[in-house]
Design a protein around this ligand. Structure first.
Ligand code: ZN
Length: 292
């Protein structure tokens, strides 16, 4: 089972989240039939979203992340509802590019940099909190780093990785978010920079069999840490025929009547899990009657 480890340094100045999301990203790539590069782009975004979910961990709060950089993958959208379980999609999962000279997938190339990363936190009451930043590189981790610094005033280091095999299976996926809390000193920053330089990539660490706790420890090796309970994560879509009915009700009487008159039935497909739900003429008429 994939999970997020959460820890804080004993002095209380640095918080860290580290996650193994290999199964989660494999599930997402399979559902959407992603190219290698799209699997990395969507997988990195899902991994960050899972860690943000583990940060908030409040059943009344949902978090939606939207990245739209004008590249061939189109918009990427990920969601978590009150936990670290996530779902997501991208407009064009087949978007792909040759690997870069260093052998890395060209995630920034398909995401683009002409646009924003936006996060909507809906606390289930009042107005949702909306924050967004211009994309830095479209490589996702740097873009989240900028988001935390500018939109949440929390200096952070974000690492996200998805390693895709030749047969498009996911070899490893995961990430970390290190955050400086008020009172952190220059020394904390230097310690983190030193560990990050020595650490290498998160996908290599996971491939070597390191657990999220071990990744967190290795990133903060100069400090003793307190670990909170781990938070389970995975790919989960809560859609159902009832939810789809609500979507049909939301389109309104006039349009629903038009569907009944022209097509005579409706097939609604969920963006997140690609399940489809069929509504017969009788069912549509019954829903229409309920709106009246
Ligand atoms: Zn669904």
């Amino acid at each position: 089972m994939d999970y997020v480890a959460r820890a804080i340094t004993m002095d209380g100045f640095v918080r860290i989240y580290a996650a193994n999301t290999t199964e989660l990203v494999a599930e997402a790539a399979k559902i959407h039939g992603c190219s290698a590069t799209a699997a990395a782009a969507l997988g990195r975004t899902l991994t960050a979203t899972a860690m943000i979910g583990a940060m908030i961990k409040d059943e009344d709060t949902s978090v939606t992340v939207q990245i739209d950089g004008g590249g061939s993958i189109g918009k990427i959208c990920t969601v978590t509802d009150g936990s670290a379980f996530v779902r997501g999609y991208c407009i064009n999962p087949l978007a792909d590019l040759p690997t870069k000279a260093n052998g890395h997938l060209d995630v920034g190339g398909i995401v683009g940099t002409d646009g924003h990363l936006g996060i909507i936190k809906d606390y289930g009451m009042k107005e949702p909190y909306v924050g967004h930043v211009e994309l830095v590189s479209g490589e996702i981790a740097e873009d989240f780093t900028k988001y935390f610094a500018e939109s949440e005033q929390t200096p952070s280091a974000v690492g996200l990785g998805v390693l895709v095999d030749k047969d498009l299976s996911i070899k490893s996926a995961g990430g970390y978010i290190i955050q400086l809390l008020p009172g952190a000193t220059e020394e904390h920053i230097e310690d983190i920079e030193k560990s990050l330089a020595a650490f290498g990539s998160v996908t290599e660490a996971i491939e070597k069999g390191m657990t999220p706790e071990e990744i967190a420890e290795s990133l903060m090796s100069d400090h003793s840490m307190f670990f909170y309970d781990n938070v389970d994560t995975g790919y989960f879509c809560p859609c159902s025929k009832e939810r789809m009915e609500r979507a049909l009700i939301a389109i309104g009487k006039k349009d629903l009547q038009e569907i009944i008159d022209t097509d005579g039935h409706a097939e609604l497909k969920c963006h997140f899990c690609r399940r489809s739900f069929d509504f017969s003429k009788e069912q549509l008429t019954e829903i229409l009657a309920r709106i009246k």
